[in-house]
Design a protein around this ligand. Structure first.
Ligand code: ADP
Ligand code: MG
Length: 546
């Protein structure tokens, strides 16, 4: 239109759009889930706002989503009575890539197009609103913000490079998104197809999704239902919706507590660990509800940080509805919920480890590093978490099945330590000269492959009086009987001369050269004078500069 004013997409959005249209073609139907989840978010926000805001525009509007099809014009419209957007919000929110991981994802996709065909990967990122351009060649947003005096706005784009903003006629609060479907996407004009997709992906949205005056979904909160009435299928479906996920959960715990605090929750462990472990700003996956009202996504306070891989829902009757995001941080009720949830979850893992070792192995391979992080960072939980640790060892190179307890049970006479080695891979560790002495003497050595492992084990109190000692260490605190074996032997003059020569050549790099009988096959090893940093910690600390 003439009054429309045209804006250019940011470069990152253009890149995303290009990839969405050219790469993600195998899961086009995700656009509907993305739009419904945005609609539901917008409804949750307005519901929350209504608690305190008396000037809310259109306050009595029922909270719902309407999906309608216009076959003649090849249009599909998803309309909500949610929070709406002002012009400024429309520009900033629709114009940015919300998830911190999305940029990385874009780069990944550019390098490896096969990944784009993996729905689980896509699910982890959630390409969001822009997924509409997989199926539409023109999209219109008409939106009226909950702010009474903000004018309604219309946004229109073909997803190629620009979008146009203009005034909108919309009077109702909320947002209507109309997709003009591409020529070969007419399947999304079939009512049964859309209904099925809603049931499949968005059945548990907490607001009614209507088609032609009929409710399509089942918005009753799953977590409030009786456990015995819920099928595995329903739990899995709920996981996909609440966790915005495409994979299946590997495990879930549904429980309620009345004392010392009332709450209900469903916690899920995803099948695979998040794509980015080290992203410290990684989102937490728990949603908080109070008395049926959605309060907050990614509620960090509900569980300790190392449990951030969990997805799910927590609802409590003991919190006030007007609990603010700031007050959650030091709320007593939340602290109590955190304690109970943590305990129940750890107990659940213990049970899993006892009942189904294979399943626990799978869990450990994906999430073991989080548990180790908990051991390191949560002093008060350490005792509880130690039995969950699993290790590879010189006696168990195929699977990480060694526990601290089983290690202690297998110690040799007089053994005073739990020995461990840290390296880049189990394969590389198996060839390590440091292990020769231990293998020869039938002493088990734990094998670890993550940079932080050394710090973690180093920081532990002795387990059943066994200290944790890195095999690189200069002082191995060996059983008396074995000490002799690695004492520096008497050597010939010739060898003494060699030692002097080596000392001279390497003088800048090492502090000392000594002869040892510890090695059987290798000519030499680098060991660590007591108190010095181990090779691995050093490497980790100095790896920044390359
Ligand atoms: P995300 O939902 O992960 O934030 P999206 O790309 O799906 O990412 O949406 C971007 C943003 O656009 C949302 O965070 C929200 O602020 C806004 N938005 C999208 N759809 C709606 C809607 N129906 N009502 C209000 N705001 C919306
Ligand atoms: Mg979204």
């Amino acid at each position: 239109t003439e009054s429309a004013n045209t804006h250019e997409f940011k470069t990152e959005i253009k890149e995303l759009l290009h990839l969405i249209v050219h790469t993600l073609y195998s899961h086009k139907e995700i656009f509907l889930r993305e739009l419904l989840s945005n609609a539901s978010d917008a409804l949750s926000k307005v519901q929350f706002e209504a608690l305190t805001n008396d000037n809310l525009y259109d306050k009595d509007q029922p909270l719902e989503v309407k999906v309608s099809i216009d076959k003649d014009n090849k249009q599909l419209t998803i309309e909500d009575t949610g929070i709406g957007m002002t012009e400024a919000q429309l520009i900033s929110q629709i114009g940015t890539i919300a998830h911190s991981g999305t940029k990385k994802f874009i780069n990944e996709l550019k390098e490896n197009q096969d990944k784009a065909k993996n729905p689980e990967l896509i699910g982890q990122f959630g390409v969001g609103f822009y997924s509409v351009f997989m199926v539409a060649d023109k999209v219109t947003i008409e939106t009226k913000s909950m702010e009474a005096d903000a004018p309604a706005v219309r946004w229109e784009s073909d997803g190629l490079g620009t979008y146009a903003l203009s005034e909108s006629e919309r009077r109702k609060r909320g947002t209507a998104i109309t997709l003009h479907l591409k020529e070969d996407e007419s399947e999304f004009l079939e009512k049964y197809r859309i209904e099925n997709l809603i049931k499949q992906y968005s059945n548990f949205l907490p607001f009614p999704v209507m088609m032609e005056e009929e409710k399509v979904n089942t918005p009753e909160a799953l977590w409030r239902r009786n456990k015995s009435d819920i099928t595995d299928e329903e739990y899995k479906e709920f996981y996909k919706q609440v966790g915005n996920a495409w994979d299946e959960p590997s495990h879930w715990e549904h429980f309620a507590a009345d004392a010392p605090v009332q709450f209900t929750s469903v916690l899920y462990v995803p099948k695979s660990a998040p794509y980015e472990y080290y992203g410290q700003d990684q989102e937490h996956g728990l949603k908080l509800y109070v008395k049926r009202v959605f309060i907050q996504d990614d509620c960090k306070e509900l569980v300790p940080k190392f449990m951030r891989f969990l997805k799910g829902v927590v609802e409590s009757e003991d919190l006030p509805l007007n609990v603010s995001r700031e007050s959650i941080q030091n709320d007593r009720v939340i602290t109590k919920i955190n304690k109970v949830l943590t305990k129940k979850f750890i107990d659940g893992l213990k049970k899993m480890a006892e009942k189904d070792g294979d399943k626990y192995q799978e869990f450990w391979k994906q999430f073991g590093r989080y548990i180790k992080e908990g051991v390191h960072g949560e002093m008060s939980l350490r005792e509880k978490l130690l039995p969950l640790l699993r290790f590879y060892s010189t006696k168990q190179v195929d699977n990480p099945t060694v526990t601290l307890k089983s290690y202690a049970e297998g110690k040799v006479t007089d053994q005073k330590a739990i020995y461990y080695a840290v390296g880049e891979s189990i394969e590389q560790l198996r060839r390590s000269p440091h292990l020769e002495f231990f293998t020869r003497n039938d002493i088990e050595v734990l094998l670890l492959t993550e940079p932080m492992d050394d710090l973690i084990l180093n920081g532990l109190e002795p387990f059943e009086e066994l200290k944790f000692i890195n095999v690189e260490s200069g002082d191995l605190e060996l059983p008396e009987e074995l000490k002799k074996e690695i004492e520096e032997p008497e050597v010939s003059e010739e060898l003494t001369a060699l030692k002097e020569k080596v000392t001279e050549v390497l003088t800048e790099k090492i502090s000392k050269v000594r002869f040892s009988k510890a090695l059987s096959d290798s000519p030499c090893r680098f060991y660590n004078e007591s108190g010095g940093m181990s090779h691995n910690v050093r490497k980790m600390m100095f790896s920044g500069g390359g």
